[in-house]
Design a protein around this ligand. Structure first.
Ligand code: NAP
Length: 337
């Protein structure tokens, strides 16, 4: 029997995931969709032969939905994740798990009360073949002891609503998660350094770019540039420096064109194609494990909480003038080990 999935939120990634689940992922069916914009919601429902719900919580509680996917805007994530846990249904939530640390704490408490890990957070980079290969090489000792990470996350442009806080909580959160996973480490302190303001992204409430500096328990120092308006494309870079060598995330392969004494290669404009393989692998793994009732391997609610707490501390640091702040995690519950 195919896993009957209900998708809440049909923005850019919601519609992408509905298409992916229908056309690419095996063993599942999008049974229901929910969207605030009723016209879009009904259109997508009709296109994919799914039931439309105007209310996300009604979708979650409906008997035909076995598992839930949350792809609304960030501030609505916690509400739907909690509704799914309370309905006893597996839930895949796009990143971030929530926008507030207190919401993450409620999710952790409710999931533990339920007694089984049923939440996965959409940190898809953990499934990207480039990052997976880097992690394996680091674990195999190929670069020796990891010492430093240099990284950058450049978006081509940003919505008018983008703020300095969202730049870290929405974009930077991918970086915050991936280094914890890549290095199998935890943060102990963080800092935000603000360079000169870009003229392109100048706007009310957006300081751009920002540099996040993180230090881990093992003593690894990480610097990540977060830019919301590179102007040239979507560019994700990551280099880990060890005491025996370095390892670097590859750029996505694109053809090289040579004309007029010039060599050019295309740069992707956004996340949709850059991480398409990661999304496909992530979602097939999630569907397979949910169907078999196996332990989920993707980012857990604890990982979502760790990323949210780190982003919160970095935000505070920026507001208070940039002095480094301690990042203190409570003891990780046995449930999440
Ligand atoms: P988007 O195109 O702006 O869509 C946001 C969706 O949320 C829309 O369906 C919107 O409805 C809905 N929404 C807005 N307010 C809501 C509310 N109060 N309650 C319920 N739904 C509400 O954004 P997107 O790019 O699809 O992003 C959606 C989520 O996916 C975000 O959390 C984002 O962080 C995440 N995301 C993850 C990745 C990744 O790489 N893993 C990439 C992109 C996005 P309307 O259409 O009516 O406004």
């Amino acid at each position: 029997m195919e896993l009957q999935i209900g998708v809440v939120g049909l923005g850019a990634i919601g519609r992408d995931h509905v298409k992916r689940l229908t056309e690419r992922i095996t063993g599942c069916k999008v049974a229901a969709v929910s969207e605030m914009n009723e016209e879009i919601g009904r259109k997508v429902a009709q296109q994919y032969n799914a039931k439309f719900y105007a209310d996300g919580e009604e979708l979650i509680n409906s008997p035909e939905v076995q598992a839930v996917m949350v792809t609304t805007w960030d501030p609505a994530h916690a509400q739907y994740v909690l509704a799914a846990i309370r309905a006893g249904k597996y839930v895949f939530c796009e990143k971030p798990l929530a926008t507030e640390v207190s919401e993450c704490e409620t999710i952790l408490a409710e999931e533990q009360k339920f007694g089984k890990r049923i939440v996965q957070v959409g940190f898809m980079r953990r499934y990207d073949p480039g990052y997976v290969e880097m992690k394996q090489a680091i674990e195999d000792g190929k670069i020796g002891l990891p010492l430093i990470v240099h990284a950058c996350h450049r978006n081509m442009n940003h919505a008018a609503t983008m703020t300095s806080e969202m730049s870290i909580k929405n974009s930077g959160v991918h970086e915050i998660d991936i280094f914890r996973w890549l290095l199998d480490d935890e943060y102990v302190s963080g800092q935000v350094v603000l360079p000169r303001q870009s003229r392109i992204s100048a706007g009310e409430g957006l300081q751009d770019p920002q540099i996040m500096m993180l230090r881990t328990k093992k003593g690894i120092c990480i610097d990540v540039e977060i830019s919301q308006s590179s102007g040239y494309g979507y560019d994700i870079q990551c280099e880990v420096v060890g005491d025996l060598g370095t390892i670097r995330l590859p750029d996505p392969p694109t053809v090289i064109t040579k004309t007029d004494c010039t060599r050019t290669t295309a740069i992707m404009p956004d996340w949709q194609n850059r991480f398409i393989e990661a999304y496909n692998i992530e979602m097939q793994d999630w569907v397979d494990r949910v169907r078999k009732g196996e332990k989920l391997t993707g980012a857990s609610s604890w990982d979502g909480y760790a990323a949210c707490l780190t982003a919160y501390v970095l935000g505070q640091c920026r507001e208070e003038g940039g002095t480094a702040r301690e990042i203190r995690f409570p003891e990780k519950p046995e449930f999440y080990k």
